[in-house]
Design a protein around this ligand. Structure first.
Ligand SMILES: Cc1ncc(C[n+]2csc(CCOP(=O)(O)OP(=O)(O)O)c2C)c(N)n1
Ligand SMILES: [Mg+2]
Length: 948
């Protein structure tokens, strides 16, 4: 039974009766509540009857609540009635206060003063007392503060409201009530309410904030003056970023974090490099001077994309290693790359405690889908990094576009809410509030291992870059900005007013900073300082990039008995494990076929490549959609118990059994394979990042079908193929892209060989399209064994996984090596009238047709590695007479596949000895037909044409 206040009066009455009988028989909250209601004079002792009027009066006097007036001569019944009514009224009020408190926690952020461009007084109609059935008259009544922190057990409504307003509606607005787990939510609530969400800072900390703000401001002004109009993507308006990251590093040191990897776009990047990472400003000035351009022909990158690393000793005495990741213009795509790097460092264990910090822009954070893809990785076993701190430099504009046109959401951080993790909105003009949320953020991350976001509202003092005029498009906003004192000036005024510092002291800090920059500029202009590419030391010391020809090939053979022993060990399952019988059969057949000397399929060769790499001490990490089983069910790297669903990964247990088969040589590398989320850009970016810090490992990303790699084109273009050229950064990442025209339609056919070949230059990547399991075995082994670290793109088969002819013998694995070109040993070169040159699966169609036609005048040469080219094809064609026509045969339409590449590079590929022509599908806007029958016809025509 609920009354008009939503209170179950009968229930309250019953509780009251229980409390009267035994105060501790009710919950603490209720006990305190009844105690507050109770006044000794009014409370009837057992067996006595106090006058109800006295009770009512006492209630009124003691608590300020109005109890119903009752006749003074009332008896026990009247007393009960009076208390009951008082209880109901009081309970109702208390519950309204509880609702109000809750409303501040849930919605207070909407009314916080977070925007430095908006000083209009806040109207908080939603938090109006009247909305909660409360009024001004209730302000001086006292209420229980149970469940709140930072207030005495009882406080007036006035005190409560003031407390809540300060905590939730000042310079910090917090979204946290959507956090589902009670522990983190309550922890945060307690931490905020107990401090009114204010950082308590001593004078030295205040001075440090001021110093950092000053450095930030003077740095920008100095460049502005000395390099007029040069692009620097000024941080002005958002200077608090500098004390913020400075504090984050200090806090990281205190929390025992040893390394911070920072991903950050253009805005304020130079400032962060100079004033946080301690990059010598001389070098930055030298980059602005841009002398000796001949060193950078066709290479290098603009100064605000370059990475840097340094070690900072924090006040706690601990050193924190800082790495600013290199990044391209493409906003936000560095996010997954940073996550992958951090994960690799964590996995390496030496840098056990590594934290990612991602600095975002407001427009890009909400606009770019890769952000959501990255956030989605954050709590997945294969990808978690223990929580990322996201800092959004929310200058409320993206180039010329305002939030109203940028997003459908209220906040630019709303995508983070998907993680049910806290988001702090903070006024960037209040550096101390920025410090407070930074502390909360890192503490939260350390405690709960989750992402957390800080949305720092600020403004952009100039246009998008320094040559840009913002008043064309934002006249009103900029007339406001033009009138604003700087963030530092606002803070100085505040410190002076509070008596922490004199104006002269503040000026001295600025003066000293200016003088330092003057000296650095002089030095930069005296000598020959320039941006030095970072040396590839540390984990990269033993690996090389540069030209293919400069690095010798290595042997990739592996002893036959050891391969057999691997297959044996991989079929051994724990006694209590019940694999799917069909999957078990596939695994067992690998062993049986090998033992019987029968040829091996693709899945077997792949497993043996992995096993041998592990046994040689290299770790392997594979991720991709459905990678554990394999899209085409050929892999079965993980088996699942038919009863329990428990996974079992034989490769991860390799060598652990100590079974005396001679396989268990140590140390065995770690094998990890993950089914990735359905993301390409995010996951490929992550794996690329991982490869940057683990050159010792085989790091593999597999696309479900090669076609889908184009959803990650930015990662391919901006990182994988160009990082060495732009940033001197190497990667041994492997991309497996299932490719082949098999009648499955416009998609599911092409991994877009042409794209990779167009991107191939300066020996930047390796592009392979293979025809045999042995080739796959050797190319994977080469990738870890050769010290040359270049991304490897392998177009992998689909139908060939089960093609009876696409097999290799164990000997070919045990003794062979990777062949960039597979010559044709089956025909007498003297008889050959035509050489068919091809790559990948079409080889089998051509070979079958040649058999059918019994043609011994046609040679078929396979280009297994399309790039880098080398002289391998020249050598393979050497046995044929000069001028023997070479026909490039490809399944792909003419404008796709390898044709344009082979034709353009024929001189390099095989000299001028042979005329070159092509057989392909007709030029087409879409890779393949949707009709299986049309595909079959096309394929037959193509093959016929090659022989006609
Ligand atoms: C993927 C991508 N699209 C477009 C651009 C071009 N662009 C560079 S900065 C910018 C505005 C970015 O706004 P915001 O993220 O708010 O950062 P701000 O410059 O305001 O700090 C745009 C559109 C880009 N660099 N990357
Ligand atoms: Mg912006």
């Amino acid at each position: 039974m609920f009354d008009e206040f939503g209170i179950n009066a009968g229930y309250v009455e019953e509780l009251h009766a229980r409390w009267l009988a035994s105060p501790h028989s009710v919950d603490d909250d209720w006990r305190r509540f009844f105690e507050a209601l109770d006044v000794s004079a009014a409370r009837p002792r057992a067996g006595t009857l106090a006058p109800a009027g006295a009770a009512a009066a006492a209630l009124k006097g003691g608590n300020g609540w109005t109890a119903p007036s009752t006749p003074a001569n009332g008896g026990a019944a009247l007393y009960r009635e009076s208390v009951r009514e008082s209880v109901i009224v009081a309970t109702a009020l208390q519950s309204r206060v509880a609702q109000l408190v809750n409303a501040y926690r849930v919605r207070g952020h909407l009314f916080a003063h977070v925007d430095p461009l908006d000083n209009t007084p806040r109207v908080e109609p939603e938090l109006d007392l009247a909305n909660f059935g409360l009024s001004e008259a209730d302000l001086d009544k006292t209420f229980s503060t149970a469940g709140m922190s930072g207030l005495p057990e009882r406080a007036t409504l006035r005190q409560i409201v003031a407390h809540l307003t300060e905590t939730y509606c000042s310079s910090i607005g917090v979204e946290f009530t959507h956090v589902e787990e009670p522990e983190p939510r309550q922890w945060l609530q307690e931490r905020m309410e107990s401090t009114r969400n204010h950082a308590s800072l001593d004078r030295s900390e205040l001075l440090r904030i001021l110093t950092k703000l000053t450095e930030a401001e003077i740095f920008e002004q100095f460049i502005h003056k000395n390099y007029v109009g040069a692009r620097r993507f000024s941080l002005e308006g958002a200077e608090s970023v500098i004390p913020m990251i400075d504090l984050l590093i200090e806090a990281a040191g205190q929390h025992g974090i040893e390394e911070l990897v920072i991903g950050m776009a253009h805005r304020g990047r130079l400032n962060v490099l100079a004033n946080v990472l301690g990059k010598n400003v001389r070098e930055i000035f030298a980059a602005f001077d841009d002398r000796r351009p001949e060193r950078f022909f066709g290479a290098g990158d603009v100064k605000y994309h370059l990475g840097y690393s340094s070690d900072v000793v924090t006040q706690s005495g601990r050193s924190v290693h800082l790495s600013m990741a290199f990044n391209p213009s493409h906003l936000e795509f560095v996010d997954p790359v940073v996550e992958g790097r951090v994960r690799a460092k964590i996995d390496r264990r030496k840098r056990k405690s590594t934290m990612p910090l991602l600095v975002h822009g407001d427009a890009s954070f909400m606009g770019q889908g890769v952000v959501a893809e990255t956030l989605n990785l954050s709590r997945l076993e294969g990808y978690t990094t223990g929580g990322t701190i996201h800092l959004v430099v929310n200058n409320q504009i993206g180039f010329t576009t305002l939030p109203a046109d940028s997003r459908s959401t209220r906040y630019c951080t709303d995508v983070v809410r998907m993680l049910r993790t806290p988001v702090f909105h903070v006024n960037g003009e209040d550096p101390e509030a920025v410090i407070q949320v930074t502390r909360l953020a890192i503490e939260f991350r350390q405690r709960f291992k989750q992402d957390v976001a800080i949305d720092m509202y600020c403004y952009r003092k100039y246009g998008h870059n320094e040559g840009d005029e913002p008043r064309y498009t934002q006249p009103v906003m900029y007339s406001l900005i033009d009138r604003k004192p700087t963030v530092r000036e606002v803070y100085v005024a505040r410190l002076v007013e509070a008596g922490h510092i004199t104006r002269a002291e503040a000026d001295a800090i600025a003066h000293e900073r200016r003088a330092t920059l003057e000296r650095a500029l002089e030095e930069a202009r005296q000598g020959d300082f320039h941006q030095m590419p970072e040396a590839m030391g540390g984990v990269w010391a033993n690996y090389r990039g540069g030209p293919d020809a400069g690095v010798p090939e290595v042997s990739t053979a592996f002893p036959k008995d050891a391969l057999l022993a691997c297959l044996n060990e991989l079929t051994m399952m724990p006694a209590d494990f019940h694999p799917n019988p069909k999957a078990l059969k596939i695994v067992e057949q690998r062993r049986e076929r090998a033992a019987a000397g029968q040829p091996l399929d693709w899945g077997t060769a792949e497993h043996l490549a992995f096993a041998s790499i592990l046994l040689e001490g290299h770790g392997i990490r594979i991720s991709g959609q459905d990678a554990r089983r394999g899209t085409f069910s050929h892999r079965h790297a993980v088996l699942f118990d038919t009863d329990t669903g428990r996974p079992y990964t034989p490769l991860a247990r390799l060598g652990a059994a100590g079974n005396g088969d001679g396989v268990g040589r140590h140390p065995v590398g770690r094998f990890e394979i993950y089914d990735s989320p359905l993301s390409e850009a995010g996951v490929l970016g992550f794996e690329y990042g991982y490869s940057l810090d683990r050159p010792d490992k085989l790091v593999v990303w597999e696309a479900q079908f090669g076609d889908f790699a184009n959803a990650a084109q930015v990662i391919i273009d901006q990182f994988i193929v160009s990082a060495e050229d732009k940033w001197g950064r190497l990667s041994g990442l492997v991309l497996l892209l299932p490719h082949g025209f098999e009648g499955q339609g416009p998609e599911h056919s092409s991994g877009r060989i042409e794209r990779f070949l167009q991107l191939a230059a300066e020996d930047n990547i390796q592009v392979c399209n293979l025809t045999t399991p042995a080739q796959f075995f050797h190319v994977l082994r080469r990738q870890v064994k050769r010290p040359w670290r270049k991304p490897l793109v392998v177009f992998t088969p689909k139908s060939l996984l089960r093609q009876a002819e696409a097999v290799s013998s164990l000997d070919e694995l045990a003794t062979g090596s990777f062949q960039r070109v597979v010559p044709d040993g089956s025909v007498d070169p003297r008889k050959v009238q035509r050489v068919l040159l091809c790559s990948g699966k079409v080889y089998y169609d051509l070979a079958a047709e040649r058999r059918r036609r019994k043609r011994d005048d046609v040679a078929i040469v396979r280009l297994e590695q399309l790039y880098p080219v080398g002289d391998h094809l020249t050598r393979a064609l050497a046995p044929y007479r000069e001028n023997t026509p070479v026909v490039w045969v490809q399944e792909e339409p003419r404008n796709m596949g390898g044709w344009y590449f082979v034709n353009a590079r024929k001189q390099e590929l095989f000299g001028a000895r042979h005329p070159l022509s092509v057989v392909s599908r007709a030029e087409s806007a879409s890779p393949a037909t949707g009709s299986k029958a049309a595909h079959d016809l096309e394929q037959a025509m193509l093959v016929n044409q090659a022989f006609d």
